[in-house]
Design a protein around this ligand. Structure first.
Ligand SMILES: [Zn+2]
Length: 252
């Protein structure tokens, strides 16, 4: 999967709320950890956070443009809440602008709630980045920067892990490799990531012919296979490759 990660604010004059802690610091801490985690789980990341902007609306427009131009599969905007008019504001909520992001939003929220944060629900929100992105999009309000209870509970590492699990599920047991024979029934391409072949440098791709190949580990993921190839000279230095689904791979 290709995730567009939008680290809220951090682009003056687009700056976030300031409570007991600064929203800008927290979105950065969570967003950078989340990107790293998704990337080490084999997903591609597009950082949608702009480095400079002339206005808040310019900052928001750039985030949307980055996601749309890169055709990410899911857009994830990370924010923290503040200044709720209700007494004792605290807890997590996730916004969507359409039903396409609702299941993802619910899954992410459930994981955050497991950390102990109050469940404020999945809500419809008219946010610019949700309305104008062309893929399932969610905006996470992780918790309240002006709530002492939330800030006592908050840990960037745990929050990033919860969001990751909400997005891609529990980590598979990678400690037990599943060696097998890969039966390729149609010539296909080995790739070092989930990006489309057309988006990767030609030298990182290798053609794989019809045949049986012993591999050290094989796992089926959403739209591809992930394999650990015994011969690291195959398609450069990498030993992890991803097959396109149309390759008609059979494991045995
Ligand atoms: Zn915000």
């Amino acid at each position: 999967m290709k995730f567009g990660i939008d680290i809220g604010h951090n682009c003056p004059p687009d700056t976030g709320a300031v409570g007991i802690k600064k929203e800008d610091d927290l979105t950065k801490a969570v967003g950078s950890r989340l990107s790293q985690k998704l990337s080490s789980a084999g997903h591609s990341i597009i950082n949608c956070t702009p480095s400079q902007a002339s206005s808040v609306s310019d900052s928001l427009r750039q985030r949307v443009k980055k996601a749309n131009n890169n055709q990410v599969d899911v857009f994830v905007s990370i924010h923290f809440n503040a200044f709720s008019p209700t007494p004792n504001p605290r807890g997590a909520e996730v916004y969507v602008a359409s039903n396409t992001g609702r299941a993802i939003a619910q899954s992410v929220l459930s994981e955050i709630v497991k950390l102990g944060f109050k469940d404020k629900g999945v809500k419809n929100g008219n946010f610019f980045v949700l309305k104008n992105t062309s893929m399932p999009a969610i905006l996470i309000e992780c918790c309240f920067v002006d709530s002492q209870a939330d800030m006592n509970l908050f840990d960037a590492e745990k929050m990033a892990e919860a969001i990751k699990v909400g997005l891609i599920g529990e980590p598979e047991d990678t400690s037990t490799p599943q060696p097998g024979i890969l039966k390729i029934t149609q010539t296909t391409i080995l790739k070092p990531s989930t990006l489309q072949s057309s988006e990767l440098p030609k030298e990182e791709l290798a053609s794989i012919e019809i045949g049986d190949y012993p591999v050290l580990d094989i796992r089926r993921e959403e739209r591809h296979y992930w394999v650990k190839w015994p011969d690291s000279s195959k398609a450069n230095r990498n030993e992890h490759f991803i097959f396109e689904e149309h390759a008609k791979v059979t494991e045995s």
